[in-house]
Design a protein around this ligand. Structure first.
Ligand code: FES
Ligand code: FES
Length: 160
């Protein structure tokens, strides 16, 4: 067993885990942060996307011990019923999401993009979501929602 400690959504969290425990497992099962979803469990779907030290990662592919001492941001840390992140608010306004299973990962991937590139082109948004699968929407409203959150018109390349 391994003692781990990391800062999750601004709060120091600790657990004792076997070496093979994934970051996703410890988030969901030890700490009750079930917003990050278990989809494929092999790095294909992006439903488990979280930020580790500001970088978007698939939490199903990382071992919890690899993240020891680092900062993790999950969907629970960027918005809630009382305060929606601008990406979430845009998704709500545009009805971008259907079943919602992909949404936490997509919001996190979009946040990672906007944090480093506040005015992405539509192509850059599409590239940022390349690792996030959505079975319901066809992506159009999701792309539009992220573009709206950045206040750029979707369907343009973002240039003047
Ligand atoms: S559950 Fe992690 S990528 Fe699908
Ligand atoms: S809204 Fe259902 S998987 Fe994306």
């Amino acid at each position: 067993m391994h003692q781990i400690e990391m800062t999750v959504n601004g709060q120091v969290m600790r657990a004792e885990v076997p070496a093979e425990t994934t970051l996703l497992s410890v988030l969901r099962e030890a700490w009750g942060l079930t917003g990050s979803k278990l989809g494929c469990d092999v790095g294909d779907c992006g439903a488990c996307t979280v930020l580790v030290d500001g970088l978007s990662v698939n939490a199903c592919l990382l071992l919890a011990v690899q993240v020891d001492g680092q900062e993790v941001l999950t969907i629970e840390g960027i918005g809630g019923f009382d305060y929606l992140h601008p990406i979430q608010a845009a998704f709500e306004r545009l009805s971008s999401i259907q079943c919602g299973f992909c949404a936490p990962g997509i919001v996190i991937s979009a946040k990672a993009l906007i944090d480093k590139n506040p005015h992405p082109t539509e192509q850059e948004i599409r590239e940022a979501l390349a690792g996030n699968l959505c079975r319901c929407t066809g992506y159009t409203k999701i792309i539009e929602g992220i573009a709206e959150a950045c206040r750029i018109p979707a369907g343009t390349d973002g240039s003047a």
